[in-house]
Design a protein around this ligand. Structure first.
Ligand SMILES: [Zn+2]
Length: 407
């Protein structure tokens, strides 16, 4: 049993005070007013009466197999070219632990970047209790096209490995989805755009990858398995194909036109912006890459604000792994609130809303009877200062305390 000073249940915008949360096994049994409740003497009580209790958080866009690779140390490529898979798996284990420590009890981890089906292994190790970590929803290898993924810029005579599964044509596309689903992918991740640069008018241009036909084959196959498709898409033609092809979530979505926002609302498409990562590692100003990096952040801010105003279903995502796991995951909340999202809405974007996207409504992202007992606590009021979510002081996953309250 937990005594909560302040409780955000993950669904309602308003907090409740002085609540009792009864936990039985790995689930929440009841939530009630603490005032006047007679506690049986044998019940153990965790006293969080001076804290704010929230559901375990959900990050809908992470890469536990990436470590914020430093170009000076070989960048992205050395992972694939030099590191044994066991080394990468060991580091992914640390990433998973880091997420749990910070109160993220569920991740949608969207691609292993050349580590094959390694995410399935980590997920099973966590579920089996061998290592600590969040509950994982995984996509395995992800799918792109020829010319649509690193490793690249090597001599054309070399047949280089790629960070994603490469397909050309609807037959290969469907086959890749089948393989990944067969091996346990919870979602399918597709790259609809790849390179980006500035056009002659200074506009952001992104290279489209899969055709509409190819994407439709993947979506049709995946929906047949009652699973969903996440589409990495920056803007333009590739993002339009993602929407026309029936993708379930747009990842990044740096630049959304008004028509595309309307289409997302109409189709119920989830939007997983990743604001913070586009503020890291800018190339120097007044270089082509530097101008592109600044443009990406600027259009992303505008699109986020427009999507928010249009009530697109926004879920919290960070691209951790693109950001080193040593940095706070919750920095994204600070950015979302700075761009106009009410703090309570930002919390919902990391609790009950992604739970619905993950087909786990009532199970995850909520403190209510029947839900998994995934609970965190912070000191202070996140509505007044969202930054307190960067300092999670208590973590429970499925009824087991991972981190006891620390003052
Ligand atoms: Zn990503």
């Amino acid at each position: 049993m937990i005594r909560a000073g302040t409780l955000f249940d993950g669904k309602s915008l308003a907090p409740r005070h002085n609540q009792l949360i009864v936990i039985r096994g790995n689930r929440i049994d009841s939530v009630s007013d603490a005032g006047g409740a007679n506690l049986p003497a044998e019940v153990s009580v965790l006293d969080l009466s001076r804290a704010t209790v929230l559901p375990g958080l959900i990050d809908s866009h992470t890469h536990i197999f990436l470590q914020g690779e430093d170009p000076a140390q070989g960048g992205y490529d050395v992972n694939i070219l030099k590191y044994p898979l066991a080394f990468r798996a060991a580091r992914a284990t640390v990433s998973a632990r880091r997420a749990l420590e910070q109160g993220f009890t569920t991740l949608r981890d969207v691609e292993t970047e050349g580590a094959g089906y390694g995410d399935i292994g980590i997920k099973e190790a966590i579920a089996g209790g061998y290592i600590p970590g969040p509950r994982l929803f995984v996509v395995t290898r992800a799918i792109s096209t020829t010319g649509g993924y690193p490793l690249e810029d090597y001599a054309p005579e070399l047949d280089m490995p790629k960070g994603a599964q490469i397909v050309d044509g609807p037959v290969e596309a469907r086959k890749a989805a089948r393989e990944q689903l067969d091996h346990g992918a919870d979602w399918i991740k597709v790259y609809m755009t790849h390179r980006s640069w500035l056009g002659q008018e200074g506009e952001l241009v992104s290279q489209p990858t899969l055709t509409l036909e190819e994407l439709k084959a993947i979506v049709d196959e995946t929906h047949g398995w009652r699973k969903k498709v996440a589409c990495h898409a920056y803007n333009g033609v590739g993002l339009q194909r993602a929407l026309d092809g029936g993708c379930d979530s747009i990842e990044h979505g740096l630049e959304l036109s008004d028509a595309q926002i309307s289409q997302m609302v109409r189709q119920g498409t989830w939007y997983c912006p990743t604001l913070s990562v586009y503020y890291t590692d800018w190339a120097p100003p007044n270089t082509p890459d530097g101008r592109r990096d600044r443009k990406r952040a600027a259009v992303h801010e505008d699109s986020f604000k427009k999507a928010l105003a249009a009530k697109v279903k926004i879920v919290f995502g960070t691209d951790m792994g693109g950001i080193p796991w040593s940095e706070p995951i919750a920095q994204e909340f600070v950015r979302m609130v700075a761009f106009g999202m009410p703090a309570a809405d930002a919390i919902i974007s990391a609790t009950s809303r992604p739970a619905e996207m993950l087909d786990a409504r009532g199970q995850l992202g909520v403190i209510a009877p029947g839900a998994y007992a995934d609970l965190i606590a912070v000191s202070g009021d996140p509505l007044r200062d969202i930054k307190v979510l960067e300092d999670v002081r208590f973590v429970m996953k499925e009824g087991t305390v991972f981190q006891p309250w620390k003052d």
